[in-house]
Design a protein around this ligand. Structure first.
Ligand code: PDD
Length: 280
């Protein structure tokens, strides 16, 4: 696989980053995941805009190649012959001479890394046909979840707690309300209405979320942006989550409680179809 590091396209074995990189030592970095369908990047502009915002919120300098990100994405998709899959992009605050809590000065350039992951069958996913099971876990992440940082230890732990409980993923709960999934935005459907948490610093502003809500409104579906509880979700007709790597993913079980007949519901399925049709 060919990866990109600071201006160079290299075989993955030859790509190297310093042990002093602040991404490695302080999780001082941000990232984006853009999906690829039929060799085409989905919602690139949205991911690029959110990256710019994440960098800005953390006073992190933009990498020199900021203006070439689309070209770099396309080059990696082409060189690695990605038909279905994703492009991962990460910017970290670079590698100062020594470990120091204070941010380095302008002389330290940020580190830019991109790589691809091929995922054949991403669109026609067996999991999406079956639906997935989630458990709830307490949301103990930091308070700026609107910034897409690489601090993903707690979401990883949530995923492991789900696996241990025989489920697939976790929905995080703060002050009694669902914030989001470990790596996705959470939704329920009641009487045809799509309910998902309103934007704020408590959740990541999903690029897929924005697209799906737009398509839903265009299709005259009712949307309500507000917090909901696990109990309300368990009483809902349907549930699903969205992300660049899963698109629209039906959820059929929450904390052991089965939704409807335990199969993906019509609204979730329709939204997945619309999203894939519109994106391709
Ligand atoms: N995760 N919420 C969280 C916490 C996320 O990590 C993600 C994405 C989303 C959905 O955002 P988007 O629709 O822009 O992908 C919501 C990516 C896919 C990841 O970490 O792999």
């Amino acid at each position: 696989r060919i990866v990109y590091v600071n201006g160079e396209y290299l075989p993955e074995e030859e790509a190297k980053v310093s042990v002093f990189d602040r991404g490695f030592l302080f999780a001082d970095g941000v990232y984006e995941v853009t999906s690829v369908l039929g060799g085409k990047l989905i919602d690139f502009a949205g991911h690029e805009a959110r990256l710019r915002r994440s960098l800005n919120e953390l006073s992190m300098p933009e990498p020199a190649a900021m203006g070439e990100l689309l070209e770099i994405h396309r080059e990696l998709v082409a060189r690695n012959e990605i038909d279905e899959g994703l492009v991962y992009l990460q910017v970290t605050r670079g590698a100062p001479a020594d470990r120091d809590f204070a941010f380095p000065g302008e002389e330290v350039p940020p580190t830019l890394v991109l790589f691809t992951q091929s995922k054949p069958g991403l669109a026609d996913s067996p999991q999406a046909r079956k639906g997935i099971k989630v458990i709830s876990v307490e949301d103990i992440r930091w308070g700026r979840r609107d910034i897409k940082t690489v601090q993903l230890l707690y979401p990883s732990m949530g995923k492991m707690m789900a696996k241990k409980a025989g489920a697939d993923d976790a929905w995080m709960v703060e002050d009694g309300f669902v914030t989001e999934g470990t790596s996705n935005n959470a939704y329920i459907v009641k009487n045809g209405k799509i309910i998902t948490r309103n934007l704020g610093t408590e959740i990541l502003h999903g690029i897929t979320r924005a697209a799906v809500l737009r398509f839903a409104r265009e299709a005259q579906m009712e949307v309500e942006e507000r917090p909901f509880t696990i109990e309300e979700a368990q009483q809902a007709d349907e549930a699903f989550f969205t992300s660049a790597s899963a698109f629209v993913m039906p959820v059929v079980e929450i904390d052991g409680s089965v939704l409807g007949d335990g199969t993906p519901g019509p609204v979730s399925q329709r939204l997945r179809e619309i999203y894939l049709d519109e994106s391709r």
